[in-house]
Design a protein around this ligand. Structure first.
Ligand code: ADP
Ligand code: MG
Length: 252
């Protein structure tokens, strides 16, 4: 048992949209360097959970913590804005749909955050972008505009852009599900590389094989609750709950 505080911790998260309760008391803990995959049927609350972690959604009740700092603090107005902007700088998020700025080159997409939010010099940010693009295999695309890139390339730039802020955790919400099948592996390979470097990651995915390869722990959500969690070797080979078995049968 590690006594280290978790990198990400969610306690008793509840969230409703109108009359529909989408998160019904979620507890989640991700240790430093750990990789947790979140699986579950469409509509089970996976995206809402991820979005709650960086406060794109405000929880009705419960707590979110990042490296010992409470994310959903009871602050108001500008004080909360300052707080949440600082928090978000420490979390990289990659969505299903590449949200690169179309009017900016790859270089500017990546350097914008560090230059504007962190006051990094342009030359330092350029060197950083070049290093990150090499890591994701796209150094030759540094001056390209997003419209000239494939979906897989855009998603790799999106990952590089998130990494440029040197986040404490990376959140992936179905980063590959909008991609043509032949482009999925190049994005997964980047995520595996990050895993090998012990980046803390929370990955929502429908790809069970990838989850099995990359995750230390898999968490199965259904109907706004965590039904079951455990290492992939146990979850995929011998799920304990009927709901988990029924879900996994469709994939394995
Ligand atoms: P998942 O990512 O597992 O598919 P979501 O978290 O996106 O699930 O959605 C869970 C439920 O919450 C769904 O029924 C969805 O329609 C609903 N929902 C999500 N976001 C909103 C929103 N902003 N307003 C209303 N309902 C929402
Ligand atoms: Mg979703």
């Amino acid at each position: 048992m590690s006594m280290q505080r978790p990198m990400v911790e969610v306690r008793g998260a509840r969230k409703s949209f109108g009359a529909a309760e989408v998160l019904k008391g979620i507890d989640l803990s991700v240790d430093r360097g750990q990789i947790v995959a979140v699986i579950g049927p469409s509509g089970s609350g996976k995206s809402t959970l991820l979005r709650s972690i960086n406060h794109l959604e405000a929880l009705d009740s419960g707590e979110v913590w990042l490296d010992g700092m409470q994310v959903n603090q009871p602050l108001h107005g500008q004080a909360f804005e300052r707080h949440i902007n600082k928090v978000r700088q420490q979390m990289g998020m990659v969505f299903q749909h590449f949200n690169l700025f179309p009017h900016l080159t790859v270089l500017d997409n990546i350097t914008m955050g560090p230059v504007i939010l962190k006051g990094m010099s342009k030359s330092e940010a350029h060197a950083l972008a070049h290093g990150l693009l090499s890591k994701v295999g796209l150094a030759d695309k540094i001056d390209a505009y997003p419209s000239r890139l494939s979906g897989g390339q855009k998603q790799r730039v999106a990952i590089a852009r998130a990494l440029a802020m040197q986040p404490k955790v990376m959140l992936f919400d179905e980063a590959t599900s909008a991609l043509d099948p032949e482009l999925v592996d190049e994005v997964n390979a980047v995520m595996k590389k990050l895993a090998a470097e012990h980046m803390t990651m929370l990955i929502v995915t429908h790809e069970m094989r990838f989850a099995g390869e990359v995750a230390d722990r898999v968490l199965f959500m259904d109907g706004g609750v965590v039904v079951e969690e455990g290492p992939p070797s146990e979850m995929f080979r011998a799920p304990q709950k009927e709901r988990t078995r029924t879900f996994l049968k469709k994939y394995l």
